[in-house]
Write a protein that binds this ligand. Structure first.
Ligand SMILES: Cc1cc2nc3c(=O)[nH]c(=O)nc-3n(C[C@H](O)[C@H](O)[C@H](O)COP(=O)(O)OP(=O)(O)OC[C@H]3O[C@@H](n4cnc5c(N)ncnc54)[C@H](O)[C@@H]3O)c2cc1C
Length: 401
């Protein structure tokens, strides 16, 4: 097999979008995933209003509507003492997103549509293709060791894109990932018959972690449980600690009383990982492989899609001129930092507050009393209000006093 211009490892939103953007620019692109699509992925399945701009550019007209996603008008947060507040995407501020609402849909549908967007633009999809070894660059390419069923083969390319998610092999092998400090794990399933669901995403927090509820279309509710393993010891069958966690949330427990679970419990984590940089010689990372954000803010899909957009724009000229050494790709690290720095701060602060229930109780009371501040916060997590609007001392002051 002759070398490709680009081999993308992982066909989640980050990988498929990168493959689509680069194939559209005329590069030969291999898109490899160890799974076979459609496949499920543990996720709360919420897509921000701004992510829809990128999806509408990638997917054919009507493709999203055909998946019958649920519309989400905003987010509701319930803190440990039961205080709840809501923030709306169509908020009481002048900012307006690409869409007036977010959506939620099964990842099996979203990710398959994105894989199709990549292949329609000419990317060559290799499914059930598990990438193991990544060779040192030689003769202007890097080779990947790929296992496809019983077959072992080598796929080489001038640029390798690591889009292989939270536990990225590419990041690990190139020494780009370290252990992070926060350790959370998640279990996700779908239920029918959940009481009092509204067109809104919900996050319920307690001292042991949090639970997300979101309608995802077709009458289904996504139920995601995230446990902070530094506070709670988990063990035994996942279904047992899933139930034990739910029992800590009286409102959620009551609303799930008559629900039936219709998909298997899927696990993810631990989320204890930090990436030092997103580039090495002839390698660039995108999506969760480049930086994993706490699922609480529900921004991973947007980050993966907009990261792919950024990578596509940034590396095209570098691929054309074959300037793919580490020092050439460093500018991608810089542009990523400039673009995402504000959001990274917001995510870190939210993750810190969520891990301290007494602080969240206080903040939730303030946000309940001042809905315009809640709208701004949800606008930032919806990716259309600049992060700087809430990273100001004046905003913090209003949350404290
Ligand atoms: C519990 C939970 C809830 C979340 N909720 C939300 C939410 O509501 N909204 C939101 O926007 N984000 C959410 N996220 C985050 C979101 O799921 C991720 O940020 C997003 O999936 C990142 O996309 P990606 O393409 O980078 O990686 P992924 O979607 O993880 O895709 C990586 C792909 O790489 C493949 N792969 C991995 N290793 C290899 C290998 N060695 N060889 C070949 N293929 C490989 C995998 O099969 C997979 O298809 C949540 C995450 C979790 C854990």
């Amino acid at each position: 097999m002759p070398p490709f211009d680009v081999a993308v490892v992982g066909a989640g939103p980050g990988g498929s979008a990168t493959a689509a953007f680069l194939a559209e620019r005329g590069f030969s692109v291999a898109l490899l995933d160890r799974a076979c699509f459609p496949r499920d992925k543990p996720c709360a399945e919420y897509v921000s209003p701004e992510a829809r701009r990128i999806l509408d550019g990638l997917l054919p007209d009507g493709a999203l509507a055909a998946a019958d996603p649920a519309e989400l008008k905003g987010m509701r947060i319930v803190s440990a003492d039961g205080t709840s507040f809501e923030g709306r995407f169509l908020g009481s501020h002048p900012y307006r997103g690409y869409a007036t609402h977010g959506i939620a849909l099964r990842r099996s549908e979203l990710d398959t549509a994105l894989v199709e967007a990549a292949t329609r633009r000419g990317a060559q999809l290799m499914e059930r293709a598990s990438v193991g070894r990544i060779d040192e660059p030689r003769g202007g390419v890097r080779a990947l060791g790929v296992r496809q069923g019983r077959e072992r083969r080598s796929v080489s390319a001038r640029l390798i894109v690591g889009a292989d998610g939270l536990h990225s092999q590419v990041a690990k092998q190139l020494g780009l990932a370290r252990r992070g400090s926060v350790s959370r794990v998640a279990l996700v399933t779908h239920a029918v018959g959940v009481r009092d669901m509204r067109p809104i995403g919900e996050m319920h927090v307690c001292d042991a972690g949090y639970v997300g509820l979101a309608p995802v279309g077709h009458g289904l509710t996504n139920v995601s449980v995230v446990v902070d393993t530094s506070r709670v010891t988990i063990g035994g069958a996942p279904v047992n600690w899933f139930q034990e966690m739910l029992a800590r949330f009286p409102e959620v427990w009551r609303r799930l009383e008559l629900a039936t679970y219709v998909t298997p419990l899927r696990g993810a984590g631990p989320f204890a990982r930090r990436t030092t940089r997103a580039t090495a010689e002839r390698v660039a990372l995108v999506g969760d492989a480049a930086d994993f954000c706490d699922p609480f803010t529900g921004e991973g899909i947007f980050s993966a899609l907009s990261g792919a957009e950024l990578l596509g724009e940034h590396v095209s000229s570098l691929i054309e001129t074959d300037q793919l050494a580490q020092q050439d790709l460093r500018s991608y690290d810089r542009v990523r930092r400039r673009t995402f720095r504000g959001k990274w701060w917001v995510e870190r602060i939210i993750s810190w507050v969520v891990g301290r229930p007494a602080v969240l109780d206080h903040v939730a009371r303030r946000l309940r009393a001042k809905p315009h501040l809640a709208d701004l916060l949800v606008g930032v997590t919806g990716d259309f209000v600049p992060a700087g609007k809430i990273l100001r001392p004046a905003y913090a002051r209003q949350l404290v006093w």
